[in-house]
Write a new protein. Sequence first.
Length: 369
Amino acid sequence: QLSGSYSNHCPFGPLVHDIFDLPYLTELTLNRVGISGTLPSDLSKTRLVTLSLPSNSLSGSFPVIGPTMNSLSLNNNSFSGFIPSNAFASARLTILQISVNNFHGDLTPFQSFAKIPSQVDCNSNYFNGSLDVIDYSKFSQCPCSFGFTDNLLTGTIPKELMAIEHLNLYLGRNRLTGTIPFEASSSKAPPARLYLNDNFLTGSIQYQAYWPSYTVLDNNNLTGSLPDAYFPGDSHSILATFSVMNNSISGTFPVSFENNTRIQAIHLDNNPLLEGDFPSDLITVDSNLIVLTFANTSLTCPSGWESWAKGKSTSCAFQSPPSPPAPVPTPDPGDSSSSGDGVSASYYVAISLSFVIIILSIGICVASL
């Protein structure tokens, strides 16, 4: 087992490949140590159980993983290229973290997993293609995390993926289309976190059972009204964040949200067709709600929201009713400065003086001749 920690003054330098020939090396952890270079192309013959090299300056291609490896963390480096189709053929990973690199290609290599790791963190790369190529019944255990935020994925969201119990799903900032298969989620153990923001998703929000604890659907093309939420008060009903900004949601905000006393943030901005009164019971002094925004909607401010927001770290942006136009002043008939039709008397005085000046000018010109 070898490990290292961060040092500004003593970076490790290039990674020496000979270290992987050590016969009893099972763990190599060098987090943020300034190490550079590449990894061997094939690690399948090593006895490594844990390889953790995040936040360094490593580059090159993705290696083939051996059957003993349980955890692989290569986040925040400069790896690039395609992942080999056989990279995971013999892997028994439970943790795969390769976010913030330059990997690209479709998700075909992930088909080779006998069991998909319970934590898949592949955010901020250039993966493309469809999510349908993966067999999601291979997830090794639940709860699990599946993250491909900030990639170039296209196509629809598979029902099999939404059906995974207690799933933490991160697919924001891609190019996904179609409707969200809410009907596929388990009524007993729905997704715990659902981040589908910044895509091209359409259709309505159709949750009829539990809401995910973090539901973030901003910047899509979602339409229709928000459904009533079911909050029975058990551990599955803890909706902490609900965000649907920049869609085309219409109708009223469901009163049933008042039954969830644990919600902390609601973002509804830029849904002009969302109307009616916001539920006042959500902003009582005992409420856990600390952030509430719905600018550019037709929702009205609930009574008492000023006292609720006082002293809290809140971000309130209610759509206020439009101000009535300023009244046009009517002239006072008894006021000598105004005429009966509302035109000022000074106006007529100015016209009269102008005629006098013109006549005098003509007289002067005639006299000079």
